[in-house]
Design a protein around this ligand. Structure first.
Ligand code: CA
Ligand code: CA
Length: 142
C-alpha cells in the first residue's frame, strides 16, 4: 500500500504532522514594518515632524512577554528582534502592538493584532495589517 493510501485510510497523518509544532519552543522574530506617513487622524507622528519611532509589544494569551527595541525616525523599521522562545500549545494566540514611542504619550500604529498560533503560522510566519501600518513576524519551531 502506498503512503498516500495509508494516510487517506487512517486520516491521521496530517493531524499527526500538524500537532508536531505544539509543546515545543517557538521563536518569534519581529522582522520589519511599514508605517503610514501620518497617524489615522492625519496628524504628524511627532511634534518635530520627524518619522515615527517604532517599537513592538508581544503578548501570549493576553500576557505581555516581550518588548522590542525602538527604531528611531523611520517609516520602514527593521528589527530582527527575537525574544526568548516560548513553548506553545494548541489554541494559544499571539497579540501584537506596534507603537510610535514618544517622550510623553506614545501613539499607536495599531494595537491588539491577534494571531492564532496555527501550524500554518509555525511554517510561514504571520503579518499584521493594522490601522496605520503593517508588520511582519517570523516564526521558527525548534
Ligand atoms: Ca509620536
Ligand atoms: Ca521621531
Amino acid at each position: 500500500m502506498t503512503r498516500w493510501w495509508a494516510c487517506l485510510l487512517l486520516a491521521a497523518c496530517t493531524t499527526r504532522h500538524d500537532s508536531n509544532v505544539y509543546g515545543r519552543p517557538w521563536t518569534f522574530t519581529v522582522e520589519s514594518a511599514s508605517i503610514d506617513t501620518t497617524q489615522a487622524n492625519g496628524d504628524a507622528w511627532d511634534p518635530d515632524l520627524s518619522p515615527p519611532d517604532g517599537f513592538v509589544r508581544l503578548y501570549l494569551d493576553g500576557h505581555q512577554f516581550a518588548t522590542s527595541p525602538t527604531i528611531d525616525d523611520t517609516y520602514s523599521p527593521h528589527w530582527v528582534y527575537s525574544p526568548t522562545p516560548m513553548v506553545i500549545d494548541a489554541g494559544m494566540t499571539l497579540s501584537i502592538d506596534l507603537i510610535d514611542s514618544d517622550t510623553f504619550d506614545d501613539d499607536p500604529v495599531f494595537l491588539g493584532c491577534d494571531i492564532p498560533l496555527t501550524p500554518d503560522v509555525a511554517a510561514d510566519g504571520a503579518a499584521c495589517d493594522g490601522a496605520s501600518g503593517s508588520l511582519q513576524i517570523g516564526v521558527a519551531v525548534d
